[in-house]
Design a protein around this ligand. Structure first.
Ligand SMILES: NC(=O)c1ccc[n+]([C@@H]2O[C@H](COP(=O)([O-])OP(=O)(O)OC[C@H]3O[C@@H](n4cnc5c(N)ncnc54)[C@H](O)[C@@H]3O)[C@@H](O)[C@H]2O)c1
Length: 451
């Protein structure tokens, strides 16, 4: 069993630490956030992630997993040190690497001399970062220290981090030294996932290219949804029809108000930035981001059209987290939508099962409600922002009766337009039939055909 240090205990770091401890390794997690460390030392999970809390408690109690703010405790004896700190979007769109640099220097200072330590980059880092980390480590460490740096990008999804860690689609390892990659591969040997060993830059690129591709699928279907809205087709069935083609597959083809979260927006932007800096012309990446921005704007435009005016209107938001099963609000569409609504003079009432605390701090004038029914009470419109499961089984008749005007804007196409309209709502989704029905531009047909 290995001794493993994990630097940065957020969604990725904590999941990594818990996973390796659960496999029987001795793991020490480090974080600069003292409050978080104190919580984890007591077996409490600082993030909302289904299943993580139980595994954390179990491994802390089994004394395989401990937490500290002291790098030396985690690094000096470790065979492997995983860097899992955040790499947020910098002001110019590139990745902000200050936390990675701090982590690398912190590790370098306490690396044991005369033995090999493998430092593994799990954070998503720009292409070439492995070289930079190697240089920083070497700079700080004693001359006799032996260091290998391996890139091991993480592909877990928030909301299913535990499942994704236990059932990875692939393990990607990038290294200059194959033996180091193989040593890291040993840690994953109990998983049946395909293993891909590459050079470091290629591994770093696999992560960016994967996220950019998934984001592109979302923007693609959102563009198709917009065209469906205008020409009168149903994007849900279009996506189903496309997804049945094995070359396409069904995933990431749900039209809605676009992607958010801590990864897609920043990673697509970072790839765009890297490409531009390298004098490439990333046209598709520009379009992916433009369409995503537009998805939110067109949501507000639709709401304005449905209500006639937003000033003075009371709008209920169902869902705030960037997606279901997480409390993460980073780049969540809800934040931009709330900002826009408040700017236009609307009154906002909101409900989310787990993400209200973080939003409250940002928007003190928003009314936060105990449940979706309370949020809808007296509202001129309900807007569905995050497709939490609990929104599926609601008594929509009760919702309609409590509203001032029964208007529903479904940003995730969670509801069946016909059913919700039959309950007496004015309904609009994204690329699906709206009620009352929009007039279709049949007269335009002549413009689409050549003769
Ligand atoms: N969240 C995801 O779904 C996901 C998925 C795959 C990859 N990633 C990538 O993984 C990395 C981490 O993401 P995250 O969502 O876990 O971030 P996070 O913000 O949730 O956690 C980062 C943690 O690192 C700590 N930290 C910052 N600087 C530190 C330092 N110098 N020393 C020790 N601790 C430090 C922070 O206090 C925080 O607890 C990012 O590069 C991200 O792009 C994230």
């Amino acid at each position: 069993m290995a001794r493993i240090g994990v630097i940065g205990c957020g969604y990725v770091g904590l999941s990594t630490a818990v996973l390796f401890a659960n496999l029987g390794n001795q793991v020490v997690g480090v974080d600069v956030d003292h409050a978080k460390v104190a919580q984890m030392q007591n077996g409490l999970c600082p993030v909302f992630e289904p299943g993580l809390s139980e595994l954390l408690e179990r491994n802390v109690n089994a004394k395989r997993l401990q937490f500290t703010t002291d790098y030396a405790v985690a690094v000096s004896d470790a065979d492997f040190v995983f860097i899992c700190v955040n790499t947020p979007m910098g002001p110019n769109g590139g990745a902000d690497m200050r936390y990675v640099r701090q982590a690398a220097r912190g590790i370098g200072r306490v690396l044991a001399p005369d033995r090999l330590t493998v430092v593994v980059n799990k954070s998503t880092m720009p292409i070439g970062s492995g070289d930079m980390i190697h240089a920083l480590l070497t700079d700080e460490a004693a001359d006799s220290t032996r260091i290998a740096v391996v890139s091991n990008p993480e592909f877990l999804r928030e909301g299913s981090a535990v499942h994704d860690m236990l059932h990875p689609d692939r393990i990607v390892l990038g290294a200059a030294d194959r033996a180091a990659a193989e040593a890291v591969a040993e840690l994953y040997k109990s998983f049946a996932a395909p293993l891909l060993i590459t050079d470091r830059r290629t591994a770093e690129m696999i992560k960016y290219a994967s996220n950019a591709f998934l984001a592109a699928r979302i923007s693609f279907i959102n563009e198709v949804a917009h065209i469906c809205d205008v020409l009168g087709a149903d994007v849900r069935q279009v996506a189903e029809g496309m997804g049945l083609d094995k070359r396409i597959g069904p995933h990431f083809l749900n039209a809605g108000i676009g992607f958010g979260g801590s990864c897609f927006p920043k990673d697509v932007m970072a790839l765009e930035f890297m490409a531009e800096e390298a004098n490439c012309h990333p046209q598709l990446l520009h379009a992916v981001l433009d369409i995503n921005r537009d998805s939110r704007r067109s949501f507000i435009r639709k709401l304005n059209k449905m209500l006639g005016a937003l000033e003075g209107a009371t709008i209920a938001l169902w869902g705030l987290a960037f997606k279901p099963d997480t409390d993460d609000l980073r780049e969540a569409p809800s934040l931009e939508i709330i900002r826009d609504l408040l700017m236009r003079g609307a009154i906002v009432r909101a409900y989310d099962p787990v993400a209200m605390e973080g939003t409250r701090a940002l928007f003190p004038t928003v009314t936060f409600c105990a449940d979706p029914y309370e949020a809808a009470t007296g509202a001129d419109a309900v807007t569905l922002i995050t497709d939490w499961n609990e929104f599926k089984g609601l008594d929509l008749e009760r919702v309609r009766e409590s509203m001032h005007r029964p208007t529903f804007l479904d940003g995730r196409n969670l509801y069946d337009p016909h059913e919700i309209a039959a309950l007496g709502f004015t309904y609009c989704g994204v690329g699906v039939p709206s009620y009352p029905a929009a007039s279709l531009p049949t007269s335009q047909l002549s413009r689409f055909v050549a003769d």
